[in-house]
Design a protein around this ligand. Structure first.
Ligand code: UDP
Length: 234
């Protein structure tokens, strides 16, 4: 988290948009089949291990990440960083009203923070141009996009050259729902045991089909470590 924030702070002074993805095993398995998503993640400036499965895999494969970097925590830290650096923040996505609510909560928490704008919108191509125009007019330096993966990450990649002021664009998944209090994070003890995904499945059981990616991910990692690396291309 510390390294991530130092990197984001450096990027705030840069000339181009830097893209951050908050990845988990579902991302990795989805990227096996979705070529566009794979290209987006490969080209991203930073892919963070948001899911504990990625931390486990990194250890198993002998290139350990120092820690999990939870997107739902990162959004607070980057907001604080924005406040300290005079960088404005735009919140895009989530259900109607959620981004505005999350913006108010962040604003109260970090009084120096400038919320450049909030808007639900949708990742549909038909809305693309209007959203880009709105974000450009806001002159936001940091953009959170909450359209879920892979739509949010594709959205940022597709627009990174059209967004004239944004220095850092991040796909934040359900983070605005967590900030607004609409969704509740797992209790600390579950987070510590690496069971946040189980809590999510319990709260949002419709995720079960997507979460089948988890056992497939484990099998792929174990298979790869046994030298069977042909099956998956990562
Ligand atoms: N969302 C949205 N428009 C869409 C699809 C999703 O605004 O067309 C929002 C949704 O309301 C939620 C977030 O995107 O706030 C997706 O959160 P989720 O936790 O499902 O992210 P994922 O696990 O897919 O990365």
């Amino acid at each position: 988290m510390r390294e991530t924030l130092a990197q984001v702070e450096a990027w705030l002074g840069g000339a181009q948009l830097r893209q951050i993805a908050t990845a988990n095993p579902e991302f990795v398995m989805r990227a096996q089949e979705d070529e566009e998503f794979r290209a987006v993640l490969t080209a991203a400036d930073l892919c963070l291990p948001d899911g504990v499965g990625l931390v486990w895999a990194s250890r198993w494969l002998g290139k350990p990440f120092p820690e999990r970097v939870a997107g739902s925590e990162l959004v607070y830290h980057i907001a604080e960083l924005c406040a300290a650096n005079g960088a404005s923040l735009f919140l895009l996505g989530a259900a109607e009203g959620i981004a505005a609510e999350a913006g108010q909560i962040l604003q109260t928490r970090y009084p120096a923070l400038h919320i450049a704008g909030t808007f639900a919108g949708s990742p549909a191509l038909a809305e693309n141009e209007a959203l880009v125009a709105m974000i450009n007019a806001s002159e936001a330096a940091v953009l959170y996009v909450a359209y879920g993966a892979p739509a949010q990450d594709k959205w940022i990649a597709r627009n990174k050259h059209a967004l004239t002021h944004v220095k850092v664009g991040i796909g934040v998944g359900g983070a605005l729902d967590f900030i607004s209090g609409r969704a509740i994070r797992a209790p600390r003890w579950m987070q510590r045991l690496g069971l946040e995904w189980l809590h999510r499945l319990w709260r949002e059981p419709w995720r079960w089909r997507r979460m089948l990616a988890l056992p497939r991910f484990v099998a792929a990692v174990l298979g790869r470590s046994k030298g069977n690396s042909n099956r998956y291309t990562w």
